[in-house]
Design a protein around this ligand. Structure first.
Ligand SMILES: [Zn+2]
Length: 769
């Protein structure tokens, strides 16, 4: 007898049921589930879990913490950030705060009241999520406006405490957006499902083996920028391996995942039944029916399965804004904070480039995994803390800098848009001397522009880099910073900063001491430092990361400028909290192969390139199709995975195959086709072969990418297209062409009232045929 002594939440239970199903089969599992249900209902009745207002207890540190964050946000504006960067900084601080608070809420429940009904409900996974608990007892946090922009004023109270009038008004935007989206977007995603169903409803499994030896090469699914979307072992599960025709189960998928590429059969390469024009898939090309974890049965309507698998998440996700009430959930770059105060040292050269970060600070993007250490001294003993950061990390600290406890050292993006896509272009000549980590030799980098204050005018100087050799000297004894008007006194100074060099604000000069002003050192004596206040502006020549890009007119260098002179402007992007409402139009554009996606153009240029290389049009068409199929699947997966939706590639392949199966006739030759006709590739090939054999002039064609609507309307026959949309046009065209309907799909059978050619009706339909 098996015995599991552990806590079963929804995820565990799901795993357990899968385990049962794999081990004992369907019948036994049903019995087990029946007993689960009895057990669950029984104990749920006895427990009598209910909800009272006293159960909503906030963690004690909350108000102090919120106040501290709000003070920090108010104090941390520096003169150099532009509007959007200030906003970004505020958003970062608050979303960080509400994350911390969320953890505090969980901690509080766990330690004071582990049987709290709210806590139990959220953690069982049955109802509600942590985001909702956070809103109930923590703080509601940042809200979005109807355009998806994040409002910089957060709702600091929770539902338990009650919202102030201002907070209530702030919440309104998101709440209303939730309502409107649910009402309007469900219709849009429903229409997407309908189109998908219409384009794929006649795709059925009708044969066991089409006998093809063609397949697709699967590897880790990555974006063109190299971000992993789906690992190979997940993509392999339930496929059929070529050339052995062996089905890949979880175990085999795992062992194959070490390979770079694996050739498998796919609905994309299934050989169609010539003459019938039907888009069937054979059992082996399809592989597993993912609902059962077994080879798909002959007669399964895999087209409908694909359409529903792709359409359903859209409907689901439209309601997400509604459930969260417009509160911004998570989505933060992860930050590395110093665990102890001390001095930071880079031990090796770090290649990278300077950037202006999204909050207007100077950052340094590292091109490879880098290491640094913080040296702290406690009780006269030097302690060393080592840090390792991956490539693409943005460092916020320099060599030799004093670090405060919890100071941000670096951040690295979690989402794919932030991974540095320009890695390779910047590799040359950027080896940095670790001693002066900011003395980058790379040309494409951030340049600071210093606006030095004068009595009535400002001097512009862009020759020096920010913080250049600022840590040239050592600070041995205490130094104090005073803020003056133009001059800043630092008493007991033993800092050896050369005259004319710059010091910038928030630089850790020594333990617990940061400079308050940015400025240029004008004089220094034993006891004080003269600082001429300066305003620093960083200019990115290239738009690395999501930072702002600036165009500056630098002709004025070294000139005296009157106040208010136009220097240049910033181009920046503001972060938008992405939800499916933003995602749906993107998915729609891809499935409809709209010109905005650039996919069709890309395919034609690939095709032309291959023809120029000397391939015949048949091979070039096939290669162009393969390339575009891969790209299309990748783009669609990207859009869905953005929302955390996992869809198996197989479903997408079934749909994409419908979009990439036809060619456009350029020249008809001696064939019965007309230029502009769209016919299946196989048909065009057959025509060519026949014409060649007869010694007649061959036709020429090129690949086309057809959107799902057009593809559904282009189908052979009139029953299915006419009942889809544009009925009059379809009927007119079909009657002019004297089209016959082969009555192969599900829709046609429904319309004619025949038994469906799928499932158990499959055999009947074969007999009938
Ligand atoms: Zn096949």
């Amino acid at each position: 007898m098996m015995y599991f002594n552990q806590h079963f939440d929804k995820t565990k239970l799901r795993l357990f049921i899968t385990w049962l199903l794999n081990r004992l089969g369907g019948w036994q599992t049903i019995h087990a589930l029946e007993r689960f249900k009895k057990l669950g209902f029984g104990y749920a009745t006895r427990a009598g879990v209910s909800l009272g207002v006293d159960d909503l207890s906030a963690p004690p540190l909350k108000m102090g913490f919120v106040d501290a964050t709000s003070k920090f946000v108010q104090s941390s504006f520096s003169g150099q950030s532009i509007g959007s960067e200030k906003a970004q900084r505020v958003i970062d601080s608050w979303s960080g705060a509400s994350e911390v608070l969320k953890d505090a809420v969980v901690d509080h429940f766990l330690h004071t009241d582990p049987l709290n009904p709210i806590y139990m409900m959220a953690f069982s996974g049955a109802r509600g999520s942590l985001t909702q608990v956070r809103q109930l007892v923590g703080m509601r946090g940042l809200m979005v406006d109807p355009m998806g922009n994040i409002l910089t004023l957060p709702v600091q109270h929770s539902f338990r405490e009650g919202l102030t009038v201002t907070e209530y008004m702030l919440s309104c935007y998101g709440a209303r957006k939730g309502l409107v989206d649910t009402a309007l977007r469900t219709a849009k995603s429903g229409y997407l499902t309908r189109r998908l169903v219409d384009v794929a409803q006649d795709v059925l499994v009708r044969r066991i083996d089409c006998g093809t030896q063609n397949g697709i090469l699967l590897s880790d699914l990555k974006t063109p920028e190299g971000v992993l979307l789906r690992p190979l072992n997940k993509r392999l599960l339930g496929r059929v391996l070529l050339p052995s025709n062996q089905i890949i189960d979880a175990q085999l998928a795992e062992s194959l995942s070490s390979k770079k590429e694996v050739l498998v059969r796919s609905p994309l390469t299934c050989r169609p039944n010539l003459g019938t024009g039907s888009p069937d898939v054979c059992q082996l090309c399809y592989g597993w029916n993912l609902a059962r974890g077994k080879t798909v049965q002959v007669g399964e309507a895999v087209g409908i399965l694909a359409a529903q698998s792709i359409g359903e998440p859209g409907t689901q996700l439209t309601m997400r804004t509604f459930h969260t009430g417009g509160a911004v959930a998570g989505q933060k770059s992860s930050r590395l904070r110093a665990s102890k105060a001390g001095r930071l040292c880079f031990l090796k050269k770090v290649p990278g480039a300077l950037v202006r970060t999204s909050v207007g600070e100077l950052g340094f993007i590292v091109y490879q995994t880098s290491y640094f250490s913080i040296f702290t001294s406690t009780n006269n003993r030097i302690e060393r803390l080592d840090y390792k950061v991956p490539a693409g990390t943005c460092l916020l600290v320099r060599h030799g800098q004093w670090i405060r406890r919890f100071q941000d050292l670096a951040f690295w993006p979690l989402s794919k848009d932030n991974t540095n896509p320009v890695l390779n272009q910047y590799k040359s000549g950027t080896g940095l001397n670790a001693q002066w980590i900011y003395s980058s030799k790379s040309k494409e980098t951030v340049k600071p522009i210093w606006l030095l204050s004068g009595s009535s005018s400002t001097r512009l100087n862009q020759n020096s880099f920010l913080g250049d050799k600022i840590i040239n000297g050592e600070i041995h004894t205490q130094c104090t910073l005073f803020e003056g008007s133009d001059l800043q006194k630092i008493e007991k100074l033993e800092l050896k900063v050369p005259l004319g060099n710059y010091i910038f604000e928030r630089t850790g000069l020594r333990k617990q001491k940061i400079s308050l002003n940015t400025g240029r050192v004008t004089s220094w004596q034993r006891n004080w430092l003269g600082l001429r206040k300066a305003q620093r502006t960083l200019v990115n020549t290239h738009n690395l990361k999501n930072s702002s890009k600036a165009t500056f007119n630098l002709k004025n260098e070294g000139n005296w400028l009157p106040r208010g002179t136009f220097l240049g402007f910033f181009v920046y992007t503001t972060p938008i909290s992405g939800d499916i409402v933003q995602g749906l139009p993107r998915i729609d554009a891809l499935f409809e192969a709209r010109s905005s996606t650039g996919l069709a153009d890309h395919m034609i240029s690939t095709f032309n390139g291959l023809v120029e290389k000397g391939l015949n049009s048949r091979e070039a068409t096939k290669a162009a199709f393969t390339a575009i199929q891969e790209r299309l699947i990748c783009r669609i997966q990207e859009a869905y995975l953005d929302q955390g939706v996992q869809i198996d590639d197989k479903h997408l392949e079934v749909i994409v195959r419908q979009m990439t199966s036809k060619v456009l006739i350029n020249y008809s030759g001696d064939s019965p086709c007309i230029p502009g006709d769209l016919i299946p590739l196989e048909e065009a090939e057959a025509f060519c072969a026949a014409l060649k054999a007869l010694g007649l002039e061959e036709l020429t064609y090129e690949p086309t990418l057809i959107g799902i609507t057009k593809s559904a309307l282009q189908k052979q026959g009139f029953l299915s297209p006419a009942s889809f949309q544009d009925t009059i046009r379809v009927l007119l065209r079909c009657s002019l062409e004297a089209q016959q309907d082969p009555v192969r799909g599900l829709k046609e059978h429904v319309i004619l009232g025949q038994s469906l050619p799928s499932g158990t009706g499959h055999r009947a339909s074969q007999l009938f045929n």
